[in-house]
Design a protein around this ligand. Structure first.
Ligand SMILES: Nc1nc2c(ncn2[C@@H]2O[C@H](COP(=O)(O)OP(=O)(O)OP(=O)(O)O)[C@@H](O)[C@H]2O)c(=O)[nH]1
Ligand SMILES: [Mg+2]
Length: 451
């Protein structure tokens, strides 16, 4: 990397501190124009990793703050390049002046995710580790944080690396047999490689299964609360949130539009969506609300289908049950159990909760079930958290399974090699090896500036 980048690493706004970061070959030269250590040592002669007190200078050389600076030397740094951090007082005006001073001294504004991108390009982090940095910043729950920390620490990479090495070994053995046909692969050797590939297949399958829950960690589980009018959907939303977000009245048809809010329930982030009561209506506004309710149910990973236990089943309840049955995951909520029972239990073999959203009785079992269904039992392990990782893993699994089947059927060595190479490429791309530059840029552009 030729140029030296700089950015504000902390959030813009008033705070105790503002931290400016630099990375690149001219870091020390630029830092020396902007920061003067009290001890008199230039950046290149200061001890890496140690904070030095000194003066921060604006672009004219005037002192604008007394602050701390720390340097790291390539390759022992976050990015693998020479880096520096300036820890100043947290005034937005000061941060702007300091940045301007860094730019005047030769740095350029870093783009989104550029520090971590450099760490990736310099081999300090593979792509899953780099993505974990973004997950860490985005983490919305303690479980999401633990998973990001585990991924940052190489839990996913370690597993993937093992698979990668097994595939490389198998590919090179079959490659050698293709290049030197006289040294063909012995049957015992094929058996041994087959064992290895089956092991790799198992590992990939296990990893892919973690995405089932890992994908909801940061984004939250899209959840729709549906039911006919007046069953208590908005009351349930408010009870799960712990405050009165949606309007509740005794009049059916109170909720007209969808109402969305995020809640942390038993360690799981839910993106809750309260919806208009399902019924046929001549009112165009309510009709649009009902259309949105159906869409919300279809787009959700979890449907909470609410029935009123104090009223007998009505035709509108059947649509509620249909939406529940076609959802990827769902729970039947029998609400208003504090009132005399008039409802007969419909046919439904999935989870069902009898509760009173108004009094809160029975809500804990629903919360526990949400925790068990979407939470991670062990968030310290390897968990896939994004669609890119899952897509590469799924491609790798397909190729490895195809290779196992092909070897079992006794295909020729060059056919085995082609399939194995496909699998190896897919595994490599989980780690970000051989990724095209535009794809890499796209991934890092979703990070924040200064990260
Ligand atoms: N007794 C009792 N009343 C409840 C319970 N839950 C909700 N209600 C009452 O039922 C009425 C309707 O509640 P809402 O939460 O507005 O119902 P909704 O399903 O959102 O209704 P729409 O928005 O019209 O579709 C209100 O008067 C609530 O106080 C409950 O568990 N027990
Ligand atoms: Mg409502």
């Amino acid at each position: 990397m030729e140029d030296t980048i700089a950015a504000l690493g902390t959030a813009p706004g008033k705070a105790a501190l503002a931290v400016l970061r630099l990375s690149g070959p001219d870091t020390f030269k630029i830092t020396d124009r902007v920061f003067r250590a009290k001890c008199g040592l230039p950046a290149g002669e200061r001890r890496p990793g140690r904070l030095y007190f000194g003066e921060l200078l604006d672009k004219t050389g005037a002192v604008v703050d007394l602050c701390l600076a720390v340097v790291s030397r390539a390759p022992m740094s976050y990015t693998g390049e020479d880096t520096a951090e300036l820890h100043c007082h947290g005034s937005p005006a000061l941060a702007a002046v300091a940045l301007e001073s860094l730019f005047a001294a030769g740095a350029r504004q870093a783009r989104a995710g550029e520090f971590t991108k450099r760490a990736f390009l310099n081999g300090k982090k593979d792509l899953t580790e780099a993505e974990a940095v973004a997950d860490m910043v985005d983490a919305a729950s303690p479980a999401a944080l633990r998973v990001a920390a585990a991924q940052l620490g190489g839990n996913v990479s370690g597993r993937v690396q093992e698979v990668y090495e097994a595939l490389l070994e198998a590919s090179s053995r079959f490659g050698a047999a293709v290049d030197f046909p006289d040294d063909g692969v012995e049957p015992w050797e094929t058996r041994e490689l087959l064992e290895k590939l089956r092991g790799a297949e198992e590992k990939l399958r296990g990893l892919l299964a973690t995405y089932d829950r890992g994908r909801f960690l940061n984004a939250g589980v899209p959840t729709a609360i549906v039911g006919k009018p007046n069953v208590g959907k908005s009351t349930l939303l408010n009870a799960l949130l712990g405050y009165d977000r949606a309007i509740v009245t005794a009049a059916p048809g109170t909720t007209r539009d969808t109402v969305s809010e995020t809640a942390a329930i038993s360690g799981v982030t839910l993106r809750l969506c309260d919806t208009a009561g399902l019924r046929e209506t001549a009112d165009p506004i309510e009709g649009e609300g009902v259309r949105r309710a159906r869409n919300a149910a279809r787009d959700s990973a979890l449907v909470l289908a609410v029935l009123d236990s104090s009223r007998p089943m009505e035709p509108e309840d059947h649509e509620t049950l249909e939406l529940l049955r076609s959802a990827p995951a769902g729970a039947l909520i029998i609400n208003k159990t504090d009132l005399p029972r008039a409802l007969e239990m419909p046919e439904w073999s999935g989870p069902a909760f009898e509760l009173s959203a108004k009094s809160g009785r029975g809500l804990d079992s629903l919360r526990d079930w949400i925790g068990r269904s979407f939470g991670l039992s062990d968030s310290s392990g390897a968990v896939l958290t994004n669609a890119r990782q899952a897509e590469c893993t799924s491609r790798a699994l397909e190729a490895v399974s195809a290779a196992v089947r092909a070897l079992e059927e006794g295909v020729t060595e060059d056919a085995a090699l082609t399939i194995l190479e496909e699998g190896t490429d897919a595994v490599a791309s989980i780690l970000g090896k051989n990724l095209r530059e535009d794809l890499v840029s796209d991934i890092f552009s979703r990070f924040c500036v200064g990260k």
